[in-house]
Design a binder for this molecule. Structure first.
Ligand code: F0G
Length: 353
C-alpha cells in the first residue's frame, strides 16, 4: 500500500530537520499537477496547474507549517504566533494543536475570508482581530516574538520557506525536469522565494537540467514590488494578497532577477475573471488570490509578450471553498427559484423539455 508521508518524510534530506525532530504532519504536499487544457489552447503553451488547495488545510502554507511547527515542538515551545490574511492562521492553528501547542493568530479585522476564519476558530486558535491591515499584524507579531515566549511562524521564519520549496521539487519530479516558466501570485512574497530556492537546489544537484523563469503577479491595489514603494493602504478583492510591505520583498526581487523573470500587477477584474474561468473551464475552484497567476499569464499572452510552445506551471495557491462569499457575489446573479418536488416540473425548469 502506498501513502504519501508528508513533505518532511518525502524530502527529509533537503529539510532542516534531524532524527530527533518530532514530525508534526497532516500529510501535506503531494498535490496534483493538473494538465490545463483550456489554458494550454488559449496560450499555445503546455500549461500545468499545481493545485495547492489540495493540502490538508486548503493552501500551500501547510508545506512550511509542518516544518515550522515540528521545529517549535522540538525546541520545547509552548505557543506559536502568526499574522495572517487567513491561510497562514488556518494552517498554524491546525498544526499547532496537533503538536499540543497554543496557536495565537493576528488577523486584520473584517478582512479575511469566512472559511479561513472558521478554520482558525474550529482549530481553537487564540484569535486577535486587529484594527489594521496585515502589515500592522506582522509588525506586532515580530515584536511579540521578541518580547514573549512565543515562536513566530510567519515566513520571516526561514524554515517556513524551506518547507514551501518542496513544491518545486514535486513539479520537477512530476515533469522530469523544471518547466520553462513558473507563474504564481505574490503577497508577502515568501512563496516565490521558496520555489526559486527549490528549483535552484534541484538544478545544482542535477535533478533538473535548468531553472525556470519566475513570474509573480500582485494585485494592482496591492503591488508594492511592482511600484517599488510600500503601499500604505493596500486594497484588493483577493484578500489573501492584500499586503503593502512584503516581508520577503528582496528575496522576491532576487528570484525575479536571477531567473530572468518578472513581477507585474493584474487588476481585480482580471483576477476574478480568471477565477471564474478556472472553475468553469478547467474544473478547478480556487480562491481569488490563487487566480492571480492565471490572470497574469493570460494578460501577458494578450499583450503579445508570451512565446508559444513553453512548458508553464502555475501554482494555484488555495482552495475556492475558503471564500465562497466572493464567488457567490458574481456567480449568483439572481435568487435561484424553488421548484416543486416533481420530476416534470424539474425537467421544465432544467430546460430538458
Ligand atoms: N495565495 C494565497 C491563497 C495566500 O494565502 C497567499 C499568502 C499568497 C497567495 C501569497 O503568498 O505571501 O508567499 O507571496 N497568504 C499569507 C497569509 C499572507 O497570511 O495567509 P506569499
Amino acid at each position: 500500500p502506498f501513502q504519501w508521508r508528508g513533505v518532511i518524510e518525502e524530502y527529509r534530506d533537503r529539510l532542516p530537520v534531524s532524527a530527533d525532530t518530532p514530525v508534526v504532519t497532516l500529510g501535506e504536499g503531494g498535490t496534483p499537477l493538473v494538465a490545463a487544457q483550456w489554458l494550454s489552447e488559449k496560450t499555445n503553451c503546455e500549461v500545468w496547474l499545481k493545485v495547492e488547495g489540495n493540502n490538508p488545510t486548503g493552501s500551500f502554507k501547510d508545506r512550511g507549517m509542518t516544518v515550522a511547527i515540528s521545529l517549535a515542538a522540538q525546541a520545547g515551545d509552548k505557543a506559536v504566533v502568526c499574522a495572517s490574511t487567513g491561510n497562514t492562521s488556518a494552517s498554524a492553528a491546525a498544526y499547532a494543536v496537533r503538536a499540543g501547542l497554543l496557536p495565537l493568530v493576528l488577523i486584520p479585522a473584517g478582512r479575511i475570508a469566512k472559511g479561513k476564519l472558521a478554520q482558525a476558530i474550529v482549530h481553537g486558535a487564540q484569535l486577535v482581530s486587529v484594527d489594521g491591515g496585515f502589515d500592522d499584524c506582522l509588525r506586532i507579531v515580530r515584536e511579540l516574538g521578541k518580547n514573549y515566549p512565543v515562536a513566530l511562524v510567519n515566513s520571516v521564519n526561514p524554515v517556513r520557506l524551506e518547507g514551501q520549496k518542496t513544491a518545486a521539487f514535486e513539479v520537477c519530479d512530476a515533469l522530469g525536469d523544471a518547466p520553462d516558466l513558473h507563474v504564481l501570485p505574490v503577497g508577502n512574497a515568501g512563496n516565490i522565494a521558496a520555489y526559486w530556492k527549490g528549483y535552484r537546489e534541484y538544478a545544482k544537484d542535477k535533478l533538473a537540467s535548468r531553472t525556470p523563469q519566475m513570474w509573480g503577479f500582485q494585485a494592482e491595489g496591492a503591488a508594492p514590488i511592482v511600484r517599488g514603494a510600500i503601499v500604505e493602504h493596500p486594497d484588493t478583492a483577493a484578500t489573501a494578497i492584500r499586503v503593502g510591505n512584503p516581508a520577503s520583498w528582496t528575496l522576491a526581487e532576487a528570484a525575479r532577477d536571477e531567473s530572468g523573470g518578472r513581477i507585474e500587477a493584474v487588476t481585480d477584474d482580471q483576477i476574478l475573471t480568471a477565477q471564474r474561468d478556472l472553475a468553469a473551464r478547467e474544473g478547478v475552484f480556487v480562491e481569488p488570490a490563487s487566480a492571480a497567476g492565471v490572470a497574469g499569464l493570460l494578460a501577458t499572452k494578450a499583450a503579445g509578450r508570451l512565446d508559444g510552445g513553453l512548458t508553464v506551471v502555475i501554482t494555484v495557491t488555495g482552495h475556492g471553498l475558503k471564500d465562497i462569499d466572493t464567488a457567490l457575489s458574481y456567480a449568483l446573479p439572481q435568487e435561484t427559484p424553488v421548484t416543486p418536488a416533481d420530476t416534470d416540473a424539474v425537467a421544465r425548469v432544467a430546460g430538458l423539455v
